[in-house]
Design a protein around this ligand. Structure first.
Ligand code: CTP
Ligand code: CA
Length: 238
């Protein structure tokens, strides 16, 4: 799909997009993962590049062709995704966390494959992963108002932080609470569940804007939702 006729309104902007889903190792051959395919994140990276942005795409376990015009960093676990996103975000104008990040990881990773012959299986104890999106918001809040050590004096980076939320119920109420809790500027709220969002060609969403507004995006190609996100981002950049 050739992306034509887009404004070059992100020219000179550095954006970071995370995509896919993180995996947490149980042993060398097994992991806990999720159903994210990376399609929405890749659509965001593709459209941002088409609009002139310098794009870093942090891809967690995605089996899709490389999008044109984006630098790709491949990761597997949440710890690796966090490292890559925080490093790329240091001088970025915009960060979009489209990746489905594992909330929990096994407390211990077995060095050797767990064998059936070891007897009855042990329970897998889980511990919480760091919340990368909340950390980005927290860092920005803590940054001094003028100059935060970036190459662009006076800028508190990233200027715009976008989160995604997958909700199966009470979609809008949960989304509003999440937007406030994470300290992001935009939250793209999807209803997920049977046949919705994961792995499908299209997507429908409500984009919540910090401060009140809610933008409904009807079901359509994931590129269309991506363009709505970039429209909302572009007007928030100085
Ligand atoms: N996210 C993150 N780090 C995590 C978990 C989530 O950065 N450890 C980001 C996701 O990339 C997404 C947003 O936070 O942009 C919301 O993810 P979601 O799973 O909907 O929210 P949670 O805060 O994890 O809440 P819950 O899963 O309990 O609904
Ligand atoms: Ca979660």
């Amino acid at each position: 799909r050739v992306l034509r006729g887009r404004p070059r309104d992100l020219a000179g902007r550095k954006v970071v997009v995370s995509a896919g889903g993180t995996r947490e190792a149980i042993d060398p051959v097994r992991f806990i993962g999720n159903r994210s395919t990376g399609l929405q994140g890749y659509a965001l990276a593709k459209t941002a590049a088409a609009r002139g942005a310098e794009v870093t795409l942090v891809a967690a376990n995605v089996a899709l062709p490389d999008p044109a015009g984006a630098a790709i960093v491949r990761v597997e676990s949440t710890a690796q995704l966090r490292e890559a996103v925080l490093a790329a975000s240091a001088d970025a104008d915009v960060v979009v966390m489209a990746a489905a990040v594992a909330d929990f990881r096994p407390e211990t990773r077995h060095d050797a494959k767990i064998k059936k012959t070891d007897g009855e299986p042990e329970a897998i104890r889980l511990v919480k992963n760091p919340d990368i999106l909340a950390e980005l918001g927290e860092r920005r809040r803590a940054a001094p108002a003028a100059g935060n050590g970036s190459e662009r004096p006076g800028a508190v980076l990233p200027r715009v932080i976008v989160g995604f939320a997958a909700e199966t119920h009470d979609v809008l109420a949960n989304g509003q609470a999440k937007l406030a809790r994470k300290g992001c500027d935009l939250l793209v709220v999807n209803q997920v569940g049977e046949g919705l969002a994961f792995g499908t060609a299209g997507n429908a969403a409500t984009v919540l804007v910090a401060g009140g507004e809610a933008v409904e995006v009807p079901f359509g190609p994931k590129e269309d939702l991506a363009d709505v996100v970039w429209d909302l981002v572009a007007v928030r950049l100085p």
